[in-house]
Design a protein around this ligand. Structure first.
Ligand SMILES: C[S@@+](CC[C@H](N)C(=O)[O-])C[C@H]1O[C@@H](n2cnc3c(N)ncnc32)[C@H](O)[C@@H]1O
Length: 323
């Protein structure tokens, strides 16, 4: 199905790649924060997209009334309808929602307007280039904000925000039935999102207290399939399918490595044992590119995430070269 994705404004590049990784396609068109592509996955999975629509038609700004009049509304109409305009430009538009609604009213057999619980929520997305008309399929509500770090039963300052954690999991392109491993799981910011998407969530941490907090959080959010173990991530030697992890920024007292040596060890492990994809978060103060190059693993994509004045994170998508 041809879809329109209205991407969130915080990390637009990452938002775009999150969609494309799941749609497993190239964009048909990208206009600012609006991505158009063929897609057929569960939209509710997305972390950084605001709205998803089924593409109905597009028109020039000054031709919207004719396009509304010409469209075969009976083919999409279900019991009731609404018309909304989302203007992404700085200019005012000359048309109004109620005026455009008249074209649907005239065309369908039993017209009924319902602005609150519309069965046919039609939206006109006004971009600087053209107007896109879509049928709203999914809209992100406040669900993510309920899981922000400070609202979890066990919190920690290093934990990731839920939308970003979810986008990191999705960036791997993981499909149903798979397993997500976070070898430095902390209090579980990534595992909560992976678990809520019904992937088996496996977490390791060297610190027992972190694992206890992680368990509390996973249980609180009713994640069903998870397993946690106290392990040193630098001593893993089994194959791992999908890895999503935020590397520790400092050396843990139980390990003797420097931060760089720890990252190098972990990347070497991934280069030997990663089956599919890994998404790894690095802080700005390490030379991630050199470390990645030296490990032999392939850097597929990279995104810059400013956190605050003193910290920038880099999200990298990795895979093994010979796959
Ligand atoms: C940046 S935090 C992870 C935060 C996590 N993503 C979250 O959202 O809560 C890094 C974690 O790595 C753990 N850690 C440090 N060295 C480790 C090692 N060698 N093996 C496993 N875990 C380790 C720390 O205890 C810490 O909990």
């Amino acid at each position: 199905m041809r879809c329109i994705f209205l991407l969130g404004g915080d990390y637009p590049e990452l938002a775009r790649e999150e969609v494309l990784a799941l749609a497993k396609t190239e964009p048909a068109e990208l206009i600012g924060r609006v991505l158009i592509c063929d897609a057929n996955f569960k939209w509710k999975r997305l972390g950084l997209t605001k709205k998803v629509y089924r593409f109905l038609f597009e028109s020039k700004l000054d031709n919207i009334e004719t396009a509304m009049e010409d469209f075969e509304w009976n083919g999409v109409y279900e019991k009731s309808f609404s018309v909304r305009i989302t203007n992404l430009t700085k200019k005012k538009v000359s048309f109004k929602e109620a005026e455009l609604a008249k074209y649907i009213w005239k065309k369908v057999d039993v017209p009924k307007v319902d602005l609150e619980f519309s069965q046919t929520p039609v939206e006109l997305i006004v971009t600087p280039k053209k107007v896109l008309c879509g049928l709203l399929l999914h809209e992100v509500n406040g669900e993510f904000s309920k899981r922000r770090g400070h609202l979890r039963p066990a919190s920690h300052p290093t934990t990731m925000n839920p939308k970003l954690a979810r986008a990191c999991v999705n960036l791997t392109g993981i499909q149903t039935g798979s397993v997500v491993i976070d070898p430095f799981c902390g209090t579980g910011g990534i595992l909560i999102e992976a678990g809520l998407m019904r992937f088996k969530a496996i977490g390791y941490d060297i610190d027992e207290v972190m694992l206890q907090k992680c368990q509390k959080n996973l249980e609180f959010f009713k994640v069903k399939r998870f397993s946690l173990q106290q392990r040193d991530a630098l001593k893993l030697d089994e194959d791992v399918p999908y890895v999503v992890t935020d590397l520790p920024y400092g050396r843990h007292s139980k390990t003797t490595n420097s931060v760089e040596a720890m990252y190098a060890d972990f990347l070497r492990f991934l280069n030997l044992h990663l089956k599919f994809k890994a998404v790894v978060l690095f802080p700005h103060f390490v030379d991630r590119r050199s470390l990645i190059r030296a490990s032999g693993i392939l850097l597929e994509k990279e995104f810059e995430i400013p956190v605050h004045k003193g910290l920038t994170r880099y999200i990298v998508l990795l895979s093994r070269k010979h796959q």
